[in-house]
Write a protein of this length. Structure first.
Length: 214
């Protein structure tokens, strides 16, 4: 009897060592028993990520207005490629180089004269080059009034205000006037240039380098 009892005990120990039995009842599951808690944390995190603040919802509704996505995609969403003359191509290359080098208006004119002599082609004026670039890229910037202290832009809930409503934590209410009198007319004291979002996205997709990153 003693031998058989000892044998059963040894076999049970061997099974436990081999992993066939689990005294704690965990088996092949989560040893710490916190699997459900991790899942709840992930679910809560996902829910928080998708929870859009009310301010953004309001801004989205204002931007969309009455627009609704069409049920079917347009048949042709690509812009027609505009053929450029050699003069226009050289002018645009010159304009890009001038823009990247932060050149002055005088520098554009002087370098345009040198380029015109070298290529025996007329180079567009700065105004004409800017207009051509805008028509090609569909970038037509919008100027939006802003606080001279860069507190706010006068859009959305602020678009009809005449003074800045922003309250600084240390300095209190800004209250800077939006306009100034110039020759009897009201003109904004400061503005910021805004590029349209859709035109920016289209330009990024039209570029061979940036389209790969999208």
């Amino acid at each position: 009897m003693d031998g058989s009892g000892g044998g059963d005990g040894d076999e049970n120990e061997d099974r436990d060592k081999d992993g066939d039995g689990d005294k704690d009842g965990g088996g092949d599951g989560d040893e710490d028993g916190d699997g459900d808690e991790d899942g709840d944390e992930v679910a809560a995190s996902n829910a928080a990520f998708c929870n859009i603040p009310e301010t953004l919802k309001t801004l989205r509704n204002e931007l969309l207005g009455d627009y609704k996505c069409p049920e079917n995609a347009p048949e042709n969403t690509r812009h027609e490629i505009q053929e450029l003359s050699d003069s226009e191509k050289h002018s645009l290359r010159h304009y890009i180089a001038w823009k990247k080098s932060n050149g002055t208006v005088k520098a554009y004119k002087l370098h345009a004269c040198v380029l015109s002599l070298a290529t025996n082609m007329p180079i567009l004026s700065l105004y004409s080059a800017q207009k051509l670039a805008a028509n090609l890229t569909k970038f037509f910037p919008q100027m939006v009034d802003m606080c001279p202290n860069s507190c706010i832009a006068y859009t959305g809930a602020y678009k009809s205000l005449d003074k800045c409503p922003y309250r600084h934590p240390k300095h209190g209410l800004c209250n800077e006037p939006r306009y100034k009198q110039v020759s009897g007319k009201l003109k904004p004291r400061a503005q910021v240039q805004i590029l349209p979002v859709m035109a920016t996205i289209r330009a990024m997709y039209a570029n061979a380098d940036t389209s790969r990153e999208l």
